[in-house]
Design a protein around this ligand. Structure first.
Ligand code: BG6
Length: 457
């Protein structure tokens, strides 16, 4: 399908599932609300449903997860919805779909199905002729290691050209992540200090106060490293560390993301601490002797001229004290201690809060009024919150329909990320137990140079 061509239908595989109800259908509702969706939406699923059941499922999702519920807006979405039922292994489903897509020339196929079904569904699209046109959107996980990611890419490319494969990592569609990129490259004051000469270290924390919330069996298959680090947080690191895109073309940013991820040194067990919250093993679907990590901390090194020698620390965990995601870029202390050593102990920083709000902060010293040349630490900050701000899924769905691939993961970037974690997927220290409500295992402190993590509040 031509790059940038507007889609004229959306086919949602896995329409009766949880992901569709919680993310995709509410995003479609929000798109209708913002008058950005007018094309027919065909849900496909294994559940024995008719059109009315899909509408009810969408309403449930829109009420619970959309931005406010308005019956008239929902009625506009309902008019676009229809349903095709069947087993993805049965060619009849795809023939039915083909017949439904008689008119549309450029459908988007959205695969909200388990990864084990990706190849089956794209195979069915190919055999039925549905794939002769259109593009495909796939959800993470894109494989579970380098080899399976590569295999998945081969299976997708057997049917769709890379320019028609849109891999969703919702972090790339988040307002706050895009703000980070914008602040970096729309201003001139950061760039001269954004390198190994001035940055001492970078920390990224994704903390969640909740646990696995009924997703025990899913989590047993992934763990924190595969669930949020290798994809979401690596993309955040790529946004922080990449070179400026050379144009606004779809691939300009993806080139930069891939090239910085390709410079990340593959991890060794020495750069890793794994933890598991006490009580995880009692969750439904979790093995009583599970070693799956619900917390992980890693130290990355980017071996390029800009970042050589700057430790990049990432941690993510469930049942931590707060739910918040933050980036803290710590600058090196002043070269000479003119006013004592206070500033050396707390150097300047740039902070990007990615959730629950979008905040950009610059930590600086200011003089404390009085006789002494003594200071206090302050933060100059801007918080931007729009309660009606579009969700990451809404943005990404709209861009998939418009054919703009800029914010979708590309094959080389995905494989580069797996190459970094591949050596430690099986060869790793055991998960260390930690109490819920704490910041994870104490041992993670040893990964940081100053024996200290920046805890988002
Ligand atoms: C998902 C993970 O991809 O991202 C979840 O599967 C995690 O375990 C979620 O909670 C975090 O995303 P967000 O947008 O809530 O920060």
């Amino acid at each position: 399908m031509a790059e940038g061509a507007q889609a004229d239908a959306l086919v949602l595989f896995g329409a009766s599932g949880d992901l569709a109800r919680k993310k995709v259908l509410p995003a479609l509702y929000n798109l209708v609300r913002h008058d950005r969706l007018r094309v027919p939406v065909v849900g496909v699923g294994r559940t024995e449903w008719g059109d009315a059941d899909l509408v009810a499922h969408a309403e449930e999702g829109a009420r619970a997860y959309g931005n406010g519920f308005d019956p008239a807006t929902f009625a506009r979405l309902a008019r676009l919805l229809s349903y095709v039922q069947g087993d993805y292994n049965d060619p009849a489903v795809f023939h039915q779909l083909h017949a439904k897509l008689e008119g549309p020339r450029n459908p988007v196929y959205y695969l909200a199905v388990p990864p084990s079904l990706f190849a089956v569904v794209v195979g069915g699209l190919k055999a039925s002729g549905c794939a002769d046109r259109g593009r495909v959107v796939v959800e993470k996980p894109f494989g579970r290691d380098l080899a399976s990611a590569h295999e998945l890419n081969v299976a997708l490319h057997d049917v769709f050209a890379e320019r028609d494969v849109f891999r969703i990592d919702h972090y790339l569609g988040k307002e706050a992540v895009l703000n980070l990129l914008y602040v970096r490259f729309a201003n001139s004051f950061l760039e001269p200090i954004w390198n190994r000469d001035h940055v001492g270290s970078i920390q990224v924390t994704l903390a969640e106060s909740f646990g696995v919330e009924g997703r025990g069996s899913f989590y047993e298959e992934v763990g924190a490293l595969r669930d949020v680090v290798e994809n979401h947080l690596f993309n955040v690191v790529a946004m922080l560390a990449m070179e400026p895109p050379t144009s606004t073309e779809h691939d300009a940013m993806r080139d930069r993301i891939a090239s910085v991820l390709e410079c990340v040194r593959p991890l060794t067990p020495h750069d890793l601490v794994r933890g598991q919250f006490v009580g995880y093993r009692d969750e439904a679907g979790v093995a009583p002797d599970s070693d799956v990590e619900t917390y992980v901390a890693v130290r990355l090194h980017i071996d390029n001229w800009r970042w050589a020698g700057v430790p990049i620390l990432i941690r993510a965990g469930k049942r931590l004290p707060v739910t918040a995601t933050e980036v803290q870029v710590e600058l090196k202390p002043p070269p000479v201690e003119v006013f004592g050593d206070e500033a050396a102990r707390h150097p300047n920083w740039v902070r990007f809060r990615l959730s629950p709000d979008t905040t950009t902060g610059i930590g600086a010293w200011a003089k404390q009024p009085g006789d002494d040349m003594a200071g206090r630490l302050t933060e100059l900050k801007v918080t931007a919150n729009d309660p009606d701000q579009q969700t990451a899924y809404e943005r990404l769905l709209a861009e998939a329909l418009e054919g703009d691939a800029t914010l979708f993961a590309r094959e080389d970037g995905v494989e580069a990320a797996w190459r970094v974690v591949d050596p430690i997927l099986d060869d790793h220290p055991p998960a260390i137990p930690y109490e819920p409500g704490t910041w994870g295992p104490e041992q993670a402190r040893r990964l940081t140079a100053a024996d200290h993590w920046h805890d988002p509040l």
